[in-house]
Ligand binder design. Structure first.
Ligand code: C5P
Length: 218
């Protein structure tokens, strides 16, 4: 059933993944990181020598994804790619393959299968509008461009990677533009979604707000 679903959408590096995981933990719900599926598709295509612009071939890669979510680990064809799919290059590839309608169609059912009787928190770009339109709570989680660039910067530095704030800012900008302007399932706030602007909120405050909306749902 889609009723026990909390859909959290928002732009890159808004912090929606962190908030969604904590909400899922608090409620004992399952968690779907839908962006990971697009990242996995981009990575698998790259490994197989398939161009990110080849719609038919990439959609076949998406349909055939051999992936397991084991706790926080993501395993693709037997190899742990939890960190590999977080590379900026793969994020950019994900947003390119995500603009292809056949790829989105290939991943739709796989995403819906995460919904269980015990509840689900799903984060992405089109959870509320397209994948779980009957979700009982819909949240559009965002933050200013500056704050999002800083969050991504700290995330990369925290992982011991090199990071350049100016470069991150322009990468985020072009990824968001592509996500907002594509014709299929563009990034947008659903008409029935609550807006959660987190530029001046801590993670705890954002989680508390989502939980209180959930408790107040009709
Ligand atoms: O959320 P994340 O940054 O991991 O997503 C990577 C890319 O996957 C996004 O830039 C977006 O293009 C795509 N995506 C999408 N629909 C979703 C989740 C992610 O198009 N539901």
């Amino acid at each position: 059933s889609q009723s026990l679903v909390i859909a959290i959408d928002g732009p890159s590096a808004s912090g929606k993944g962190t908030v969604a995981q904590l909400v899922a933990k608090c409620l004992g719900f399952a968690y779907l990181d839908s962006g990971a599926l697009y990242r996995l598709t981009a990575l698998a295509a790259k490994q197989q020598g398939v161009a990110w612009s080849d719609e038919v071939a990439v959609s076949e890669v998406a349909s055939a994804l051999d992936v397991e979510f084991i706790g926080e680990r993501i395993v693709l064809a037997g190899a742990d790619v939890s960190l590999g799919i977080r590379a900026e290059e793969i994020g950019s590839g994900a947003s390119q393959v995500a603009a292809l309608p056949m790829v989105r169609a290939a991943l739709l059912q796989r995403q819906r299968e995460f919904s269980t009787m015990c509840g689900l928190v799903a984060d992405g770009r089109d959870m509320a509008s397209f994948v779980f339109p009957a979700a009982q709570l819909k949240v559009f989680l965002t933050a200013s461009a500056e704050v999002r660039a800083e969050r991504r910067y700290k995330q990369l530095i925290g992982r011991g990677e090199k990071a350049d704030l100016a470069l991150i800012t322009s990468d985020l900008q072009s990824r968001d533009d592509r996500d907002r302007q594509r014709t299929v399932a563009p990034l947008a706030q659903a008409h029935d979604a609550f807006l959660l602007e987190t530029s001046n909120l801590s993670v705890d405050e954002a989680v508390t707000q989502v939980l209180s909306w959930w408790r107040a749902r009709r």
